[in-house]
Design a protein around this ligand. Structure first.
Ligand SMILES: Cc1ncc(COP(=O)(O)O)c(C=O)c1O
Length: 503
């Protein structure tokens, strides 16, 4: 059928050049047989609510919404109605020729949702596009600000920000970078260690577990020192931006930043005049219990707004391919000043004409049907009070996962927030040694879960660094009930137990 596996939706273990035949262990298992792309996947007939219905076999409980996308569940008539209504009016209009009501309404709604901290919206179709746009806008911002020396980006190891060459350059995901390494920009993109306390805090503090506060402080100091050192090494005046996910999704398996980390990073960026870019492609738009991950609803949480923010996945919940770049007040101000200056010098068409003067564009930018879908999804999340449900059911999900799996000898860590939870598997719980990548442990769990327990989870590799480490992610729709949360945990735990009995 000519379809290829996506490197984002499947680990690359069968195609990576650095893997040998010997890495693919257990040749007696059908999980280890070389497969052609899409072999063995069920054919989908329909999806409704929290279930996928394959053309043969019983329905599958959806515990991950694809890659954390289907935030409203499947088959919502109100959303498809909003889409078809828009399509009947007009299905497409170029952003260069028309303003459209759905795009205007969505932009206004998004800006309001940030309390005005973000002031412009750039609507696109994928997370990679949003990150690519963030990188290019940063470059142009500093040109206009008269600081052309700011050409360096700092991001983190074991991160994923997209599949295009720019967004992959800023990513620190070992396996996804590996085949393209010579083509990635290593001159301007620099990586520092992630903020991953499960894997880093133990080695780096000298306090017994009883003195958790001192250990946390010491860990935070280590993280800020790493970032400061990167600024110092590159020359603070050359750093354009720091790029990070406030809660790391697929690359690490739902790892929240430690308290104080985001504020510390923002303070360092501000002190050195660099921008802060949040990649909320996966963790944003309600997934962690607040609409934007930086607007934590927890008591005493410090709100850390970025200068640029990418959103996608839960933005339109999979009803259309939607992403956006949200542009903060500081950046907009400089761009507006630049536009005025050009107009004064060159007349009203100077610098590309009216409004926002970013030298960037996509044919499907500001697509009216995409906007109508995103608006309908976001209005439903708001109207139905679903963020509250994300927080309540998220607490239940975390508690049940820890109760059922926390003591398992091969479960190293259960972490997350809202309806965004990861389970990391280890060979040895004490040393945290990961499994050999060739065993494909997370993939086995995913396959046993779907085939034997009829529940779909999202799996990934690389959470222990250097392409090692296995995790699964549980990210049900925001409409999930407590009964279904319990059922998801039951089925997932059954699959985990079965996989490790057989290993
Ligand atoms: C955090 C993050 N950023 C960017 C991307 C890229 O998004 P897309 O696959 O829509 O291009 C992803 C995709 O998984 C992601 O998880």
């Amino acid at each position: 059928m000519g379809q290829f596996l996506s490197s984002c939706s499947k680990p690359a273990r069968r195609i990576l050049p650095h893997k040998t035949e010997g890495d693919i262990a257990d040749s007696s298992s059908d999980l280890a047989q070389p497969q052609t792309p899409l072999d063995g996947l069920p054919v989908l007939k329909k999806a409704k609510g929290h279930y996928w219905y394959p053309s043969d076999g019983p329905r599958i409980l959806d515990a991950c919404g694809g890659a954390g996308v289907a935030c409203l569940g499947h088959g919502r008539r109100d959303i498809t109605k909003a889409i078809t209504t828009q399509m009947e009016a007009y299905a497409y209009a170029s952003y260069a020729h028309f303003k459209t009501a759905p795009v205007d309404e969505l932009s206004d709604w998004l800006i309001k949702s940030t309390g005005g901290k973000m002031q412009k919206v750039y609507l696109m179709c994928s997370g990679s596009e949003a990150i690519e746009a963030a990188l290019k806008l940063t470059i142009e911002y500093f040109l206009w600000k008269g600081q052309p020396a700011r050409t360096n980006f700092i991001s983190r190891h074991d991160s994923y920000h997209g599949t295009t060459l720019g967004s992959l350059s800023v990513s620190g995901h070992f396996a996804r970078r590996e085949p393209f390494r010579p083509f990635l920009n290593q001159a301007h993109f620099h990586h520092i260690p992630a903020c991953n306390p499960y894997r880093q805090q133990q080695q780096n503090h000298h306090h017994p577990p009883t003195n958790a506060d001192a250990a946390a402080k010491e860990y935070l100091a280590l993280k800020t020192a790493e970032l400061e050192a990167a600024f110092a090494r590159l020359g603070p005046h050359t750093v354009a931006a720091v790029v990070l996910e406030p809660l790391v999704g697929a690359a690490l398996g739902c790892v929240p930043a430690v308290p104080g980390y985001l504020a510390a990073v923002k303070a360092i960026c501000a002190r050195h005049g660099a921008l802060l870019i949040f990649d909320e492609v996966m963790c944003g738009m309600g997934r962690t219990g607040s609409l934007h991950a930086w607007q934590s609803e927890e008591e005493d949480a410090v709100v850390v707004a970025p200068d640029l923010q990418a959103v996608a996945k839960g933005f339109a919940g999979g009803y259309q391919p939607a992403s956006a770049l949200l542009v903060g007040e500081k950046v907009v101000r400089v761009m507006e000043e630049e536009r005025k200056k050009r107009e004064e010098e060159e007349g009203p068409w100077g610098g590309g004409g009216k409004g926002f003067t970013f030298t960037h564009g996509h044919t499907y930018q500001n697509h009216p049907v995409v906007a109508a879908a995103a608006l309908a999804v976001q209005r439903a999340v708001e109207r139905e009070g679903l963020l509250g449900n994300v927080r309540v059911q998220g607490q239940l999900l975390g508690r049940l996962l820890k109760e059922r799996l926390g003591a398992h000898p091969h479960v190293g860590d259960v972490r997350g927030k809202g309806l965004f939870w990861g389970v990391e598997f280890v060979k040895d719980k004490v040393t945290k040694e990961p499994f050999e990548p060739g065993l494909g442990v997370a993939e086995r769990v995913q396959k046993v879960a779907v085939r034997g327990f009829r529940v779909l989870v999202y799996h990934g590799q690389g959470c222990a660094g250097g392409g090692r480490g296995d995790h699964i992610m549980i990210m049900p729709a925001y409409t999930i009930s407590g009964r279904l949360v319990a059922e998801i945990v039951d089925r997932v735990a059954g699959a985990v137990e079965e996989v490790f009995r057989g290993l």
